[in-house]
Design a protein around this ligand. Structure first.
Ligand code: ADP
Ligand code: MG
Length: 438
């Protein structure tokens, strides 16, 4: 029988009331020079999990890292701004506990928690045992909770004490470890959807490098119906076709790899037919549109051209599932942003018509936001490396450590239709969450 990750939604409120719940979240948010949070999406995205736990009367102990403090306390890495943000957003008291895991002070503080109370431990990377997944540190953390909720998707591809050591200890002691609401969505859309995509299944890939995404390309190539390639990644493919790419960014040592992929992918792979070029990639660049055979020796390719946008659009419209990872050009600079923005708008329109759209990668998510269409996508992942690995079909330690349950088959023998009951305005997802076929 098929199995799936056990989730918080599988638990009854009675199983949570009065229990100490250790919740690993990813509050690794960007801060400005005044230590103000510039983008709270990662905190917002955990609110469905936190509200469920508080409503059930759980005693919530939040654990997160922030930055890379390297195993020692560092005032610049304090989670104090996050505790303050949570208090503002929810109206709860969220004390920041600075005592070390394993200390009697912290044990006493946690033992005194009341039902529905929420506390946040100080940056877990202030302690050397975190990233080394030190067993003693994992035990100290695990002893704080009766059960574990994994909601830190952004670090799920790492095996650290707080996301792997602690849940292992809790499970060994007879407690459960389940996916939180955010982790549940990430698994559903990045793993389950890609295992059985509604067809046609189209992947849009771009960004700077083939090398960073080769595992995903390899994994997805056999299952996709179309692979649309843009960004600097496409330059390396154009070189593999023997075309002149001028002074464009090309991974010279990956040209052969691109040629092999073209050979294997056959007509599944669509490359740009025209491109936006300039003599420099800058905010004030003077651009021209040229066919891909006409790139000059001094040209730099910065975006896909209008004919390519139309070609890609015709594949995206009518797709059952689209996975998008990597901008079509240098989307952070206005002269080269339009190809990416156009693809984002077309994908949002398709999503309105029933296409299931999954966006992975920080720069792609930022581009969807800048184009004003992020909320219309089915799912925008909160993970970078973790989302690439999960989509590529790899085991993630932070997911594997969670309990699995048997999938209950419905009368057709299909997986149950777990139509989402959530529509939290705070979570940056929206559109058609169920992605009906068309
Ligand atoms: P994501 O974060 O969505 O996975 P990547 O990090 O792989 O995306 O790629 C984003 C980067 O790719 C951006 O810095 C962008 O400037 C760069 N890029 C995209 N197209 C080009 C191009 N034609 N030339 C140079 N850089 C490019
Ligand atoms: Mg990136």
């Amino acid at each position: 029988m098929a199995q799936r990750t056990r989730t918080l939604s599988d638990l009854e409120a009675a199983e949570l009331r009065g229990r100490r719940v250790l919740v690993r979240v990813d509050y690794n948010v960007p801060l400005d020079d005044d230590r103000r949070i510039t983008d709270p999406i990662r905190i917002e995205a955990t609110l469905p999990t936190l509200r469920l736990l508080v409503d059930a009367g759980a005693r919530v102990i939040l654990v997160s890292h922030l930055g890379r403090p390297d195993g020692a306390p560092d005032p610049a890495g304090s989670l104090a701004p996050v505790a303050a943000w949570l208090e503002d957003a929810t109206g709860w008291n969220v004390p920041l506990l600075t005592e070390a895991p394993g200390s009697s002070e912290l044990a006493t503080r946690v033992a005194g928690l009341e039902d529905g109370e929420v506390v946040l431990l100080e940056n877990i990377r202030f302690f050397p045992g975190e990233t080394s997944n030190d067993p003693a540190f994992g035990t100290a953390l695990g002893e704080l909770g009766d059960l574990f909720v994994g909601d830190a998707f952004g670090v799920a591809h790492r095996a650290h004490a707080s996301n792997v050591g602690a849940p292992t200890v809790i499970r060994a002691g007879g407690g459960t470890a389940v996916a939180g609401r955010l982790m549940e969505r990430e698994i559903r859309f990045l793993r389950d959807t890609l295992r059985s995509p509604v067809r046609p299944f189209v992947s849009v890939m771009g960004g700077a490098k083939i090398s960073g995404k080769i595992d995903l390309i390899e994994a997805i190539l056999p299952t996709v119906d179309r692979l649309l390639v843009g960004g600097a990644m496409a330059n390396t493919f154009l070189r593999a076709l023997g075309l002149d790419t001028g002074k464009s960014l090309v991974e010279e040592d990956r040209v052969q790899m691109a040629a092999d992929l073209l050979e294997r992918g056959g007509d599944k792979i669509l490359l740009p037919v025209d491109v936006v070029v300039a003599s420099e990639i800058s905010p004030s660049a003077q651009t021209r549109i040229v066919d891909r055979d006409d790139v000059g020796t001094d040209d730099r390719i910065g975006d896909i051209g209008p004919a390519t946008r139309a070609l890609f659009a015709s594949e995206i419209r009518g797709a059952g599932t689209v996975v998008w990872n990597g901008p079509m050009g240098v989307a952070e600079l206005a002269p080269f942003a339009e190809g990416t923005f156009e693809i984002a708008r077309i994908l949002a329109d398709a999503t309105d018509q029933g296409t299931l759209s999954v966006v992975g990668g920080g720069d792609s998510a930022a581009a969807a936001e800048a184009a004003g269409v992020a909320a219309r996508m089915t799912h925008i992942s909160t993970g970078g490396g973790a989302s690439l690995d999960l989509m590529a079909g790899k085991e993630l330690p932070g997911v594997s450590v969670l309990e699995v349950v048997d999938e209950v088959a419905d009368v057709d023998g299909d997986a149950p239709d777990d139509a989402p009951d959530e529509a939290p305005a705070q979570v940056r997802t929206g559109g058609s969450t169920d992605g009906g076929a068309r």
